[in-house]
Design a binder for this molecule. Structure first.
Ligand SMILES: Cc1ncc(COP(=O)(O)O)c(C=O)c1O
Length: 291
């Protein structure tokens, strides 16, 4: 597998990052994951905008010589070179504050310190079967920090929640803060309550998922009633449908929460329609203009 690291294309096994790297020492960096269909990046401008917002919030600039256009070129080249331009794939981008040769200290290294840029492509994890059958979820306290809107590489609370879900035989965790469902450990969460599709509003408590935005667009097209308003965890028992959305998650119906069935215990019509329409949009992707 060929990856991109700081301007070079090299074999994954040969890619090395310094132990001084602030990504390694502090989790000081941001990342993106983009879905690709037949070598074309899906909703890439959304991902690039979010990455830019993240860089800005961390007071990082675009790496020299690697702006949005170049990053697109690198991503597409990795898809091609790794034989991933036929079916579906994902592209992972990570930018950290670097720090090679700089003693470990909390404050930023000198402004001249180059960031570390890593890009890798891999096959899309299909999970089509699970999407058809529907998945289980657990509820977990949301113990994350106050800037969940930033896609930083600091993911320990997410990792622990996801691991607890896995241990319970579930796909993901529904995170609950102050009695409200925020999102999944690796996805956004939607609930159909009293015939209205609901999801937590954008803000510091959730990541504004690219798939979340696409799904909201599709729902508007379909004329489905939607409210960006959080659902109380106690109302989960009254939901007719629950589903997760995400780049690698797609639209994942949740048919069981903490061992209790959701609605009929089967994927519902809202999730099904959204899955279908998302598929149509994915299949229509032929280019990724930067507009
Ligand atoms: C915490 C969290 N929320 C939501 C999402 C979904 O975002 P997107 O649809 O942009 O992949 C992710 C994806 O990784 C995530 O980690």
């Amino acid at each position: 597998m060929i990856v991109y690291l700081n301007g070079a294309y090299l074999d994954r096994a040969a890619a090395r990052v310094s132990v001084d790297d602030r990504g390694f020492l502090f989790g000081d960096g941001v990342y993106e994951v983009t879905r690709a269909v037949r070598g074309h990046l899906f909703a890439h401008p959304h991902h690039l905008r979010r990455l830019e917002r993240g860089l800005h919030a961390l007071e990082l600039a675009w790496p020299v010589g690697l702006g949005p256009a170049e990053l697109t070129t690198v991503s597409e080249r990795l898809l091609l070179e790794n034989g991933l331009a036929d079916g579906e794939a994902t592209v992972y981008v990570q930018i950290t504050r670097g720090g090679e040769g700089v003693p470990r200290q909390h404050v930023f290294p000198p402004a001249s310190t180059p960031p570390t840029v890593f890009v890798a492509a891999s096959r899309f994890p299909s999970r089509e079967d699970l999407r058809r059958r529907g998945a289980a979820a657990i509820t977990e306290p949301d113990v994350r920090w106050g800037r969940c809107d930033l896609k930083t590489i600091q993911l320990l609370p997410n990792i622990l929640a996801k691991q607890r879900a896995e241990a319970a035989g579930a796909y993901d965790a529904l995170l609950v803060r102050d009695g409200l469902v925020t999102e999944g450990a690796q996805s956004n969460a939607f609930m159909v309550l009293d015939d209205v599709m609901r999801t937590h509003p954008p803000g510091p408590r959730v990541l504004t998922g690219v798939t979340r935005d696409v799904v909201l667009e599709i729902a508007a097209e379909l004329g489905l009633p939607v409210r960006e308003e959080a659902v109380h965890a106690i109302d989960l028992s009254r939901t007719s449908e629950v589903f997760f959305t995400g780049t690698t998650t797609d639209v994942m119906p949740v048919v069981q929460i903490d061992g209790r069935p959701v609605g009929t215990g089967r994927p519902g019509p809202v999730a099904r329609q959204l899955q279908e329409k998302l598929r149509e949009r994915l299949d229509a992707v032929t280019a990724s203009p930067l507009a």
